[in-house]
Ligand binder design. Sequence first.
Ligand SMILES: [Zn+2]
Length: 610
Amino acid sequence: MNSAVISNYGYDALFYHLQLKIFPATQEVEGQLVMEAKSEADGLATVPMDFYANLPVLNVGENAASFARSGNVLNLTLKQAFQRGQKFRVSVSYRGQPQSGGFGAFTFNTHSGAPIIASLSEPYYARLWWPCKDTPTDKADSVQVDLIVPDNLTGVSNGKLENVQSANGWKTFSWKERYPITTYLVSIAVSNYAELGETFTFTDGTAMPIRHYVYPENLASAQAQLADTRDMLAFFNHAFGDYPFKKEKYGHAQFAWGGGMEHQTITSIGGFGDGLISHEMTHQWFGDLITMKSWQDIWLNEGFASYGEALYIESRDGKAAYRNYMARFDHSYTGSVFVRDTTSVGSIFNITVYHKGAWVLHSLRHVIGDSTFFRLLRNYVADARYRFGTASTEDFKNLAENISGKELDWFFEQWVYREGRPDLRYAWKWESGQLIFRLQQTQSGNPYRLPLDLAAIAGTDTLRLALEHTGGFQEYRFAANKQITRVLVDPDYWVLKNLQQVDFNSLNVDGTMIPYTFALQPIYPNPFLLNQQPLLVNFSLGRNENVRLTVFNTLGQEIAILLVDRLTTGNHAQPWDGRHANGEPAPAGIYFIRLQTETAQATQRVVVLR
Ligand SMILES: [Zn+2]
């Protein structure tokens, strides 16, 4: 299958009303589609809609006079031409058996002898079962779906259930989605569902139904597994901002496919594991509220949703569980996170997009820091340019730069657009009060820019260090007066890499190594009595560079900035008078002095007495 995307439709789709009658016995659908749209061109006389050629069109109406078919495009000829900005309506009636495509698109199945009929249109297969402008960049303002099904079944779709009517052995379920929605998220699910529900109350007092439609034979197990839905929703509201469709509902409709699909307000789902539920729920923000601008940017949906799984685990089970979860996403990948070939389902929805995409966010969190990272996510969700619309990788990158104040081209280039990961070799030794750490990147192609943490362990003490490796061989020297017995590279597991420890001397093979000496001396004496004299911080630099010297408390809050300057090679000393930035004396206690340069960072702990 190829994408067959039409580049210029000439109109903006505003509203779809789909009436769909479903015949389980013959596996047919009978549809009546009305589209309201606005002309984007002067003299618009023909309206192209995406619609598969195998479904026979019975008639067309409203402003449409006739139709012609060209492959999987249905061209409607209008009764009159419309000018730019003018609204018009067209209708299309059809009946037939939808053919299969993509992840199935529209399937007739059974469970325990009962029918289950469901759609999964992503990426470009809505056109297999209803005529539409099938592109993610044109969201309809609202959609109505009337599902007409045999009266022993329940029909489920997006938004709110407005009406149910019975007549002559058929039941009509009228659903209305009043938030903007893209075509691949319009869904139906029909079965002999049992229903579960509860009310979720937002912090602003809004009450919203949570509604689950499950197979009757799975009711008991589903009830237990779905019990976490409320907690997840509360967590994601807190992390991202309120659930975007809170005037309607959230819920699940069980279907016959193994995974899940984040249909707007109603995820279709095969089973009820926490990972799957949290993944699809995260999509309501990232995928549904903000949809990727093109299928190349699909990591903005799938990387975010996969990362949502890890965030939920972190909130529930803590940091170690979060890191273990990210470890499941650390494996060999093929291709880049940014998708270059969007012609098949297999090339778009490859595991690199999901798992390395989640690692992009994880690593970004390390580069810009926790509070900035979550501020970025909330700002992204709240941004009127993207909310109820679409965003591209570059849009997200630009916002990340604005929010963090950091230039991040290098980050997105090496993690999103580039394939693979860095190969690192390292070695270290402790000698004469110094930790000497050597690092080399050996992968082919350009060096990566790698902010990398180190933990150097000396008995019961851990010296936390950070460096930024920009390629080649580099040697770093850190003052360490106690014997270092172990060095952990990236102890908190923020960076995707292949890592190998090698013999110390083997890493100085060809003389291209750039030595770099950098030391923050231990504070002495320690504990330090601050009433009598200022505390003197001694450090040395291996070259001329920009330096930032700060004091932190045990909560990680920066309480004083001692120095921001460009300094020369050699030894330096900077006093601290024991006061906060606002002039208040800092109380007795534990503090951390941090020296940050362009390439490295070191922290010393000091106990201050008064
Ligand atoms: Zn997903």
